[in-house]
Ligand binder design. Sequence first.
Ligand SMILES: *[C@@H]1O[C@H](CO)[C@@H](O)[C@H](O)[C@H]1NC(C)=O
Ligand SMILES: *[C@@H]1O[C@H](CO)[C@@H](O)[C@H](O)[C@H]1NC(C)=O
Length: 455
Amino acid sequence: MRSVALVPVLATVLGFGAANPTATVPEPPSKRAAVPTVTASGNAFWQGDTRFYVRGVDYQPGGSSAMQDPLADTEICKRDIAEFKKLGINTIRVYITDNSAGHDECMKALADAGIYVIIDANNPLYSINRLDPGPSYNTKYLQSVFASIDEFIQYDNTLAFFSGNEVINDNVNSTLSARYVKAVTRDMRQYIKRRSYRAVPVGYSAADVAQNRMQLAHYMNCGTDDERSDFFAFNDYSWCNTNFQESGWDQKVKNFTGYGIAIFLSEYGCTTNGRDFSEVAALMSDKMTGVYSGGLMYEYTLEKNGFGIAKIASPKAASVQPQDGFAKFAKALKANPAPSGDGGFTATTRSVACPTKDADWLLDSTLLPAIPEGAMKFMSDGAGTGPGLKGDGSQNAAEGTSTGDATPGSAAVTATPSSSKNAARGGVGGGSVERAPFAVAALVVVLTLTGTLLL
Ligand SMILES: *[C@@H]1O[C@H](CO)[C@@H](O)[C@H](O)[C@H]1NC(C)=O
Ligand SMILES: *[C@@H]1O[C@H](CO)[C@@H](O)[C@H](O)[C@H]1NC(C)=O
């Protein structure tokens, strides 16, 4: 079980010559919370004043076909939380949740176990159609997304929201849907701000597509501040009983150095060459911590695809049967605790240049669709009751779609180009200016670390 910092880290950030450098002053932990809230600042996550690394698992008993929310069923979640404690994880990602159900008990039990939750705000029924994205970006869809935010943002242990999962895949035509995913990210961040909620980070979980990995990553962090993500995550299965170089992870550190926002692996754990989880050592080492903030092992429950580490005979089975990988994963986490200190993070956020069109990236414009007019009322009135996991879903709603492109910086919801929140993101607001790397390097960070107990 983790302890929180006894004596806060003192971080002093001095900026020289950078365009509006952002001081990293993580929020103090809430006194009421069983767990301190996690925030994104610079290119890292913070638990109170301590650098936070995702050390977790992907959790979706029954897989996507079961369409079952494990956090809405106390028997299920409590059974598995007991196992999560044995693993020693601090985060779970849940792909499918029911925004019409209550989650108090499971979320509290998770908080009591020191476990944070990353929520996918979409699900198979309410999602963007990668090959016909326009019609699926509609009011009905955003109502469900926003209702999921309403439901989970009330919990201090909600770590982040995903605005989409692997919408863009290895079919190059799906790159045309990236502007809709980015619009959803923008809308979610705007909704959180307009509803005066806690600034829970929002970002996208990308498939690991070698041809356009960097283009997609750059796309999600380019443009005006309102259009950028709070973090980027991708799924990666390239470490197969191998090492930092042979897996290509060294290149993935190099390529993402200076990316400008937090990154973590939203899925990892190759199975094609056995599993030793030696990637955990790399993730927690200074080879990676300056750029990456940990990751989520795919996955907890054993499904047909054979990745899971815990077999569950039936959804409500009282106990689970740990598989070979269970002890191995627990051992890897234990042997590789979260590093102390700041991990060599970068204190400022920055945008990067938008990718240009080529054979692997078909978008030829950086303009995003404006939020569908019907969805604007949610900003002032709230989303109301969520549709849950029933009904026809939103992809074929055939109405309430976007009617044009948004002016960057406005999202067509407000005419204000940047917000107080955005002002704390590096001051790029209003123009798609790439800040020179030297401006980031010009920041002098003096970090005094005293008496901190770490994960
Ligand atoms: C991509 O779209 C083009 C143009 O509509 C079409 O000709 C092609 O078959 C599509 N490719 C795939 C793999 O779906
Ligand atoms: C790193 O970036 C280069 C240049 O964009 C690209 O060719 C290469 O595929 C990238 N490598 C990885 C592992 O993403």
